[in-house]
Design a protein around this ligand. Structure first.
Ligand code: F0G
Length: 374
């Protein structure tokens, strides 16, 4: 057993006995990383056993980039509600419950509302979700409704929804669980711990989509904490990507009417702007934009060539990495964060051009075999 694996086991409580027969079940991220999180014995932990998502090597991307670069995908769409938001929500809801809250509220492009609803309802709290009407992917809306959120769809965009939500949280007894709630980023930083645990150090580059810019801030916090504790030696260069029609952090100013096919990151005025700018500076990172066409090309490539179905916003990390591939040092390790599951947005998947979708076939062997080219 190497030092890294034993360290990992110490941190995760996992045993490595052959066959996994004696391996301990994953207890969720609060229990796994308890000493790194602001919880105490009285915190009523609300968990759906989130975290512990795969860090998957990507042979297709490695082949495209060449020069010995190793590429990993952090498949965070495999969390319980299908996005990385579960990491933040287990913390935010547990702390809301501990403080005596009976209702939570969030503004959302979809994933936050799904995660908030699932965790809050499990914890017995009422959930309000303010969303931009018509701009939330079907799967996410279905989740929020079925998990029992009270969904308030406004004739406005996410930025307006967030401003309204902050106002409501100030005036009424409802706890805000957007990423300006500090417990959200505390939970989300565990993704950086998992990446470091799996690699034995930080990656050289970390590529991540940015919307409200909470997640990039959370990753950076996680890597910094691990380095301060001596668990990793290096810190990654942080590359944040936005869709070109919704790129306030790239442009350096708010965007009044953000547009993009990647509705999850259709945000013109990120709440965590200052934090994100600090991450870029401290990590000597870069922010860049990717066109919707580039996002969709990466989205299709990940599914069609790698077997990984993420949502369009998530593919922005891979699209951005490919766009800037020539800048990756030879032999470097790159991690791309895939923030949400492709099943969240069936509409975009079906709207793609599908040359392999053969319809109206007669139910006859000869007819079907002909279309199969046999
Ligand atoms: N990827 C996905 C799939 C998201 O849902 C989001 C944000 C991001 C990336 C960007 O993360 O905001 O921390 O920079 N979704 C929020 C929501 C805004 O309401 O679900 P960020």
């Amino acid at each position: 057993m190497t030092l890294v694996t034993s360290l990992k086991q110490l941190l995760t409580g996992q045993s490595s006995r052959a066959g996994g027969a004696t391996a301990k079940a994953w207890p969720g991220l609060v229990e796994t990383y308890r000493s790194w999180l602001p919880v105490d014995d009285n915190t009523p932990v609300v968990s759906l056993l989130e975290g512990n998502t795969p860090l998957l090597r990507s042979p297709t991307l490695e082949k495209r980039i060449g020069r010995g670069v190793r590429v990993f995908l952090k498949v965070d769409g495999l969390n319980p509600t299908g996005s990385f938001k579960d990491r933040g929500m287990t913390m935010a809801i547990s702390k809301a419950k501990q403080s005596g809250a009976t209702a939570v509220i969030c503004a959302s492009t979809g994933n936050t509302s799904a995660a908030a609803a699932a965790y809050a309802r499990r914890g017995g709290l009422r959930t309000f979700a303010v969303i931009p009407d018509g701009y939330v992917a079907k799967g996410k809306l279905a989740q929020a409704l079925l998990y029992g959120a009270e969904v308030l769809a406004i004739q406005g965009n996410f930025d307006q929804a967030l401003a309204l939500t902050q106002d409501l949280a100030q005036r009424y007894p409802v706890t805000l669980v957007n990423s300006i709630n500090p417990y959200r980023l505390q939970g989300q930083k565990t993704a950086a711990f998992e990446v470091a645990d799996a690699l034995g150090d930080a990656p050289d580059w970390l590529c991540i989509p940015m919307g409200n810019a909470g997640n990039i801030s959370a990753y950076w916090m996680g890597f910094q904490e691990y380095r301060s504790a001596g668990l990793i030696k290096t810190l990654p260069v942080m590359w944040g990507f936005q869709a070109s029609g919704s790129a306030p952090l790239v442009l350096g100013h708010a965007v009044a009417n953000p547009t993009t096919v990647a509705t999850a990151i259709r945000i013109g005025n990120p709440a965590n702007r200052e934090k994100a700018l600090a991450v870029r500076k401290e990590s000597r990172g870069r922010f860049a934009s990717v066109e919707d066409g580039e996002i969709l090309a990466a989205y299709r490539m990940l599914a069609g060539e790698e077997g990984v179905f993420c949502e369009p916003a998530s593919a922005a990390s891979v699209a951005g990495m490919l766009k800037h591939a020539s800048k990756i040092p030879a032999e470097a390790q790159v991690v791309c964060i895939l923030t949400g599951n492709g099943l969240k947005d069936p509409t975009t998947a079906l709207d793609c051009d599908h040359a392999n979708f053969h319809r109206n076939l007669a139910p006859e062997v000869d007819a079907v075999a002909q279309v199969m080219g046999l």
